[in-house]
Design a binder for this molecule. Structure first.
Ligand code: PLP
Length: 431
């Protein structure tokens, strides 16, 4: 097929004239393809899907009820621009009640159409060509992608088990500290599941002041905190002077598809965000903002969601532990991030569907991606691999299961398949 006349016109940030010709397959596409293959080759085998990163339940009935009423009110029909006061006031009540953070609804809060869009827009307010954004890896890459769109670059801060999955800010070279304008954090951390102690946030505030940079704390998973009460960066003294926190209705309120979140913190940064946003969208549908405000006022919603995912994570950790995985309960999020197996004792002898020559041969995996591909294609167990800072698999507990008995059946089936192949782990990790 010949190229369209505009092939040469594509911007470098998306690949320039090579756009659309790249044959590399990216991680989530590889997973999708492997799932399709597993379903085609083993239709008899149920796909055990721990790969999905989306809540499995609908928003609470009370919230849907508000939406159903508000959708018919003519006053909700128009552009919402930078958001309605009623939502901002609900955010302030929620932030005060949940985190002890007092905010001014008029100047220190602005809604966004899901936190992804806010993370995409925030670099626009600070990044000039040549500037640096410090980002933790593994992590949610959106702010980094947009940093690069503006001619900046990303400096990666690896999250390692030996540092408790907190970035080692103190070891950053002087030139990096000097060029950095933004530090993007995410706690409770996706995918590692680590939560942030207030002392870490205090260090971050000091680091930001010393190095004159702005902090963006991504709190998308904030309400899914198990090893400590849900906490906010903004609750730490001085945090409001150095940055903003980005919140989401998606995970903690089962409102993934509703696209609602907010940015809060320093008044000047919130205003800069609102200015950028005003040039990108015209605000979320007011009926959705009103339903989200009702959700924020009901503390029982996040409590129930947290209890469900905590219960499921406990079952998952206990089951994987029995199968040899060196895993512990995550502090937060609905993900378990656990070292990937380096091989198998019984590489698919019965269940694996390997061809004759492979029978009896011990299988080894060089990367988490290789382990994950094996688990999907040979065992119909879907996980997400991370090889950015060590080889890890992410198991999500957002699978569909109607009740606790269904959760237990899913665990039992996963355990039977894993026990049969006998995952092996690096001795370093097991020590
Ligand atoms: C760490 C993190 N931040 C932000 C988001 C974006 O969430 P939303 O746009 O639904 O608010 C996600 C979604 O998966 C996430 O995992």
């Amino acid at each position: 097929m010949s190229d369209p006349y505009f092939q040469q016109l594509f911007a470098e940030r998306i690949g320039g004239a090579r756009y659309g010709k790249d044959s590399a397959i990216y991680k989530f596409e590889k997973i999708k393809r492997a799932k399709r293959l597993a379903l085609a080759e083993h239709p008899e085998r149920r796909l055990l899907d721990f790969g999905i990163g989306e809540n499995d339940s609908m928003a609470a009935e009370s919230v849907r009820q508000v939406m159903a009423e508000e959708i018919n009110r003519p006053e909700n029909r128009g552009y919402a621009d930078n958001g309605i006061g009623l939502f901002k006031e609900a955010v302030c009540r929620f932030m005060q009640r949940t985190y002890g953070v007092a905010l001014d609804p008029a100047t220190e809060v602005n809604h966004c159409i899901g936190s992804k869009t806010a993370l995409a827009m925030l670099p626009a307010m600070l990044i000039n060509p040549g500037d640096l954004t410090l980002m933790t890896v593994p992590g949610y890459p959106v702010a980094g992608t947009h940093t690069a769109y503006y001619g900046g670059s990303v400096y990666r801060l690896p999250l390692l088990a030996e540092n408790g999955f907190l970035p080692d800010l103190e070891s950053l070279p002087a030139d990096v500290r000097q060029r950095a304008k933004l530090l993007v954090l995410c706690y409770p951390n996706s995918p590692t599941g680590r939560t942030a102690p207030p002392e870490f946030y205090e260090r971050v505030v000091r680091f930001a002041r010393e190095n004159q940079l702005v902090v963006i704390q991504d709190a998308a998973h904030a309400l899914l905190s198990f090893d400590r009460k849900p906490n906010s960066f903004l609750a730490v003294p001085g945090a409001r002077d150095v940055g903003v926190e980005v919140h989401s209705m998606s995970k903690g309120f089962d409102m993934i598809g509703w696209r609602m979140g907010w940015v809060c913190g320093h008044e000047r940064l919130v205003r800069a965000f609102a200015d950028v946003k005003d040039n990108c969208d015209s605000g979320q549908f007011i009926a959705i903002q009103k339903a989200a405000a009702a959700a924020l006022d009901d503390a029982s919603i996040p409590r129930q969601i947290r209890a469900k995912y905590q219960r499921r994570l406990k079952k998952l950790v206990a089951m994987l532990w029995r199968c040899g995985f060196p895993c512990t309960m995550p502090g937060g999020t609905y993900f378990l991030y656990t070292p990937a197996p380096i091989g198998l004792k019984n590489g698919g002898l019965k269940n694996g569907g390997l061809k004759g020559g492979d029978l009896g041969r011990r299988i080894s995996f060089e990367t988490a991606e290789a382990a994950s591909q094996y688990l999907i294609t040979q065992q119909s167990i879907c996980t997400v691999p991370w090889d950015d800072a060590g080889a890890y698999l992410r198991f999500s507990v957002t699978y569909e299961a109607a009740d606790e008995a269904a959760e237990d059946r899913l665990m039992a089936e996963t355990e039977a398949r894993l026990m049969e192949i006998g995952p092996l782990f690096s001795p370093d990790i097991l020590e």
